[in-house]
Design a protein. Structure first.
Length: 87
């Protein structure tokens, strides 16, 4: 099982580190990540393996939002993500 995490907001030091640490605390393994800075805004998409998490996806969402409170964070199960993006 996987989840898609997006993080967007004003760029600052340590965003990736805080998000990665929060994932590790929840036992969500980071599989892939892409990030860029667009006109001072940090934009990241991350794919994580959630099969070994002891919490549900809402728990991960809450942990990430508290790790980077000034950012817009979305966590979505891969099945929902795939369903939303089918033509």
């Amino acid at each position: 099982m996987k989840a898609v995490i997006t993080v967007v907001g004003k760029d600052m030091v340590g965003i990736l580190a805080r998000v990665s640490a929060a994932c590790a605390e929840m036992n969500a393994n980071v599989l892939e990540v892409t990030q860029s800075i667009l006109d001072g805004y940090f934009c990241m998409v991350m794919i994580v393996d959630i099969s070994k998490m002891e919490s549900d996806i809402d728990g991960l969402d809450g942990k990430l939002k508290s790790a980077v409170p000034d950012m817009v964070v979305h966590v979505m199960h891969e099945d929902i993500f795939n369903s939303m993006h089918r033509i």
